[in-house]
Design a binder for this molecule. Structure first.
Ligand SMILES: NC(=O)c1ccc[n+]([C@@H]2O[C@H](COP(=O)([O-])OP(=O)(O)OC[C@H]3O[C@@H](n4cnc5c(N)ncnc54)[C@H](O)[C@@H]3O)[C@@H](O)[C@H]2O)c1
Length: 398
């Protein structure tokens, strides 16, 4: 029998992310043995009966409840995941703070910067650690890119290109889910995908200071689903259609603190790229490029390599990059998307155990939300907008 410390976990909402959080907690004991801890999946909460059945029968939860308030009131729950649609994040996170429970919440935190601000301040005032689902940070290649930038290996950073181009809603027959509702999602692709892009840019380069943006909605109505699905899949659609209330596309120019400039672009309806999430950083001494579709690779070119075969080196993840060696024991083998979440679960549990903020924090999410808010404002009036200052420490400033 294990002598490790058990941490009682509650997961709220058992859709795509809730199931992934649950699976990720289970990996921590083996992948991060030095924590000497293991997650105990105590309670799941979801109003959908089938989700509750999956929680107890397939994911290993001891019990399941329809109302998340019962989960938060459970004395055996010591840490909480919040994986509900965006409009519920603030309400649930503030209830978690009230219950004195540290939480790992999915991005974006809420449907506005104001909601993200309230959550970040409430957690900080209560002295609670948090985590936010900015999982792409944990790609070993991104960690290594950040190291290249911060160590000066690419010289003075001059410009950045970030694009998050997906096809998950490219079919006009794609269902009208909560993601297309202003009330339940907030902005569209700006909140959904570009919140990741804003966080990655800030994690690798630094805070974004101002933006100008255009947005558009290319598919303005969609069929209303007649059954629920998970994430973007599994919905059956009926004959009725409803309006898409938020944007499918955003294009932005950005300025960072310190003068770096850049372009950022995101779409949820592009035909071709499946999940082409790209970060490129250019400096006076070199550049580095990463694409999520090639998660384990980093392209690097520096002036030190100048010569007749000057060009990009395609490097593959290995022991010197991030947490790769915890997942793969042989060079050339690859980590996957779910592993990034496993790293996040470990960072969260480490924070819970030590009281030291390790994972992307609610303040980091507020920072990304202020970028999103400035983007939406700029798209409305075509001007440049300063990103409102976030007066809490972030993990990427460190
Ligand atoms: N980090 C990432 O890469 C990533 C990827 C996908 C989604 N997300 C985020 O995760 C969150 C959830 O997205 P998803 O794709 O898992 O959604 P989903 O639609 O698959 O699941 C949502 C779940 O919430 C449940 N729910 C609805 N009302 C509820 C309530 N009142 N109380 C408790 N549960 C309730 C639903 O029954 C469903 O099980 C969103 O904020 C989304 O932006 C993050």
């Amino acid at each position: 029998m294990s002598t490790k410390k058990k941490i009682g976990i509650g997961v709220i909402s058992l859709g795509w992310m809730g199931r992934l959080h649950a699976r990720s907690y289970r990996t921590v004991s083996e992948r991060f043995p030095e924590l000497d801890a293991e997650a105990r999946l105590v309670v799941a909460a979801d109003p959908v009966e089938q989700a509750r059945r999956t929680a107890t029968q397939d994911l290993g939860f001891e019990r399941a409840r329809a109302d998340y308030r019962e989960l938060l009131a459970d004395p055996e729950v010591e840490a909480v995941s919040i994986c509900a649609p965006n409009y519920l994040h603030e309400e649930i996170a503030l209830a978690a703070v009230e219950a004195g429970k540290p939480f790992w919440v999915e991005k974006p935190v809420g449907v506005s910067a104001e909601q993200a601000r309230r959550v970040a301040h409430a957690a900080t005032s209560a002295g609670l650690v948090t985590a936010v689902g900015f999982n792409y940070r944990h790609a070993p290649a991104i960690e290594y890119m950040r190291h290249l930038v911060r160590s000066g290996a690419l010289g003075r950073i001059t410009n950045v290109r970030v694009w998050f181009i997906a096809d998950y809603n490219s079919s006009p027959l794609g269902p009208l889910t909560w993601r297309a509702s202003r009330k339940r999602a907030g902005a569209g692709v700006v909140c959904d995908l570009m919140s990741h892009g804003a966080d990655l840019a800030q994690y690798v380069v630094g805070r974004i200071a101002s933006v100008t943006a255009i947005t558009d909605t290319f598919i303005t109505e969609r069929p209303i689903p007649i059954t629920t699905g998970i994430g973007h899949s599994g919905f059956e659609i009926g004959d009725e259609v409803g309006p898409v209330e938020n944007e499918d596309y955003v294009g932005m120019l950005v300025r960072f603190d310190g003068g770096v400039v850049g372009t950022m672009e995101s779409s949820r309806v592009s035909v071709g790229p499946r999940a082409e999430y790209v970060v490129e950083v250019y400096g006076t001494g070199g550049s580095a490029r990463w694409n999520f579709e090639r998660l384990n690779e980093l392209q690097v070119c520096t002036t030190a390599d100048a010569g007749p075969v000057h060009g990009y080196t395609r490097a593959m993840a290995g022991p010197d990059w991030g947490e790769w060696s915890r997942y793969q024991p042989a060079i050339g083998t690859s980590m996957g998307f779910d592993d990034l979440k496993s790293v996040e679960a470990a960072q969260f549990l480490r924070s819970v155990l030590t009281g030291e903020q390790r994972a992307p924090s609610a303040a980091d999410a507020w920072c990304a939300a202020e970028v999103d808010e400035a983007v939406v404002a700029s798209a409305a009036d075509s001007g440049w907008h300063d990103v409102a200052h976030v007066d809490l420490p972030t993990t990427f400033d460190a």
